[in-house]
Ligand binder design. Structure first.
Ligand code: SF4
Length: 343
């Protein structure tokens, strides 16, 4: 079957019976000859595991870093964003489902060849400060990420993940030398809901704690979906986990759901639920709670938790004004957590 450029996979073991054991994500697929893993972009060919999406992209864009969203990592900078096809989840509300659920065969048709050198050169020429592996789950194109990210670091670019957090610790150990920041979806605090989306809760929690221990800058996103994760008890669990395990300085992006893909029959998140979620986050001690998909005065602003001075003013994903000085509030001198806040 014709697919994109083949690359032998990293992080797998050959089995004596010809099967392969993929260790890239917590699905830990044991794949028969001629078959693919759950992500559909890694295939066993004659006892060897191959990535079917290496060296090609379906999309390359220059985005504001706020769009990931990362609000405390070089705010106002631009990031060179790319994706292949495929995902290890199958979320029914995916806004990028045309790409995340694209088959390897479609990818072979639509993917554009782009070497690591080409991507890094394009990112530098576009004036970007980083490369973002985003739109679909970067775990499933790890070999490509690895090659680009190593080269990017050698050329002074940061590397960012927009991720579902469903990757193995083995993969994170390999990433630790070049992964600088990540926005991780904590979609729900109920394992049953995670399984509905094709994953499990505990591995995501484990990844978050492990990333934190590795010193990767973390921000968390929760899309609040009516009937799925909008009960106060669950929101308290999410906010409590962030505060206790990741720290009260970890930004939490509460994002409004809009009907999409296979969940077009679910209404947008009521505003009162979003405000309730923000209040829950603040009550749990979180210092930086932001709204996503909800424009409005102050909804995306960074505010000094000590003196309440507005430090970074945003409108949606656009940075309007940054008053930060040496990562500090210019009014009271409080140190604001993050990286390159006043670069
Ligand atoms: S990356 Fe793909 S093949 Fe590997 S374990 Fe995860 S879903 Fe399975």
């Amino acid at each position: 079957m014709a697919v994109g450029k083949l690359k032998e996979a990293m992080l797998y073991e050959k089995q004596q019976d010809g099967r392969v054991f993929c260790q890239l994500c917590p699905h830990y697929c044991l794949i028969d000859k001629g078959k693919r893993g759950i992500c559909q972009v890694r295939e066993n060919r004659e006892g060897l595991l191959y990535s079917l999406v290496f060296g090609h992209t379906v999309t390359q864009n220059v985005d504001g870093i706020e769009k990931k969203p990362l609000f405390h990592f070089y705010p106002g900078s631009t990031t060179y964003s790319l994706a292949t096809a495929g995902c290890n989840f199958h979320c029914q509300y995916c806004t990028n489902w045309q790409v995340s659920q694209m088959s390897a065969e479609q990818f072979a048709e639509f993917g554009v060849e782009a070497s690591a050198e080409r991507i890094v050169t394009d990112a530098l020429e576009a004036g970007c400060g980083s490369i973002a592996y985003t739109y679909v789950e970067p775990t499933i194109f790890f070999e490509y990420v690895h090659e680009i990210a190593c080269l990017a670091h050698r050329n002074g670019l940061f590397n960012l993940f927009k991720t579902n957090g469903f990757m193995s610790q083995e993969m994170l150990e390999m990433c630790q030398c070049y992964l600088d920041a990540a926005n991780v979806d904590l979609k729900t605090f109920r394992d049953k809901s995670y399984r509905h989306f094709g994953g499990r809760l505990q591995p995501v929690l484990d990844s978050l704690k492990f990333m934190k221990s590795l010193g990767i800058w973390l921000e968390i996103t929760t899309v609040i979906i009516p009937g799925i994760n909008d009960e106060p008890e669950e929101l308290e669990d999410i906010a409590g986990f962030i505060a206790q395990e990741l720290g009260v300085d970890t930004p939490w992006h509460i994002t409004r759901f809009f009907p999409a893909y296979q969940m077009k029959n679910v209404p947008p998140t009521p505003l009162e639920i979003l405000y309730q979620a923000r209040d829950i986050g603040l009550a749990k001690g979180l210092r930086y709670v932001y709204f996503g998909n909800l424009l409005g005065q102050g909804n995306q602003d960074t505010i000094c938790y000590n003196c309440k001075n507005v430090l970074i003013q945003r409108r949606g994903f656009e940075l309007v004004e940054n008053l930060m000085q040496s990562n500090q509030c210019p009014s009271c001198g409080t140190l604001i957590p993050g990286v390159g806040l006043s670069h």
